[in-house]
Design a binder for this molecule. Structure first.
Ligand code: HEC
Length: 148
């Protein structure tokens, strides 16, 4: 169990760290900035959870549950903010999104369902499992639809 948890955290670190911070600030198309902001909010929530899981951040149940809720809420916005095939020199979104729209939308829904499926977090030890539950859905979409 422990190693699976560490693996989930390592996967997560690569998701949150490898993200293009520069890309975000360089984008000028408002539609692209908007979808990047949605992803950033989702990424920030995962960072909060990872920080608490690793003990780098004080555990606060309220904050942890709010982070999970943010992932579900922002996740529900993903289809709406990505639907228009908007581009920008700084985007990391792949054209495959609009060629496989139903699959992309389903992957967004998978993330929402995973976040909604997380039981209320009442102790620090429960965060690892929540991360594992949600983290795989980030990777599943990024692998196919985001530039590496
Ligand atoms: C349905 C597909 C999908 C899912 C699910 C998804 N992402 Fe993304 N994510 C993308 C795409 C596409 C981009 C690139 C957007 C762009 O650059 O226009 C992106 C970009 C990002 C970025 C960079 C944002 C920026 O500043 O430019 C972060 C951080 C991120 N995702 C985190 C996550 C995390 C954490 C999860 C899981 C909790 C997740 N994503 C789930 C598709 C997805």
């Amino acid at each position: 169990m422990k190693s699976a948890r560490i693996l989930a955290l390592a996967t997560l670190a690569s998701i949150t760290m490898a993200s293009g911070l520069a890309a975000h600030t360089d984008a000028t198309n408002p539609a692209v900035i908007k979808r990047m902001e949605v992803m950033k909010a989702i990424g920030g929530s995962m960072k909060t959870l990872a920080g608490m899981a690793k003990g780098e951040m004080a555990f606060e149940a309220e904050k942890a549950n709010a982070a999970v809720a943010t992932i579900a809420e922002q996740g529900m916005m993903v289809p709406a903010v990505f639907e228009a095939n908007e581009t920008d020199p700084a985007t990391e979104a792949l054209p495959a999104i609009w060629e496989n729209w139903d699959d992309f939308a389903k992957k967004a829904d998978d993330m929402v369902m995973a976040a909604k499926g997380v039981a209320e977090i009442t102790e620090q030890g429960a965060i690892g499992a929540a991360l594992g539950q949600i983290g795989g859905t980030c990777k599943a979409c990024h692998d196919d639809y985001r530039k590496k």
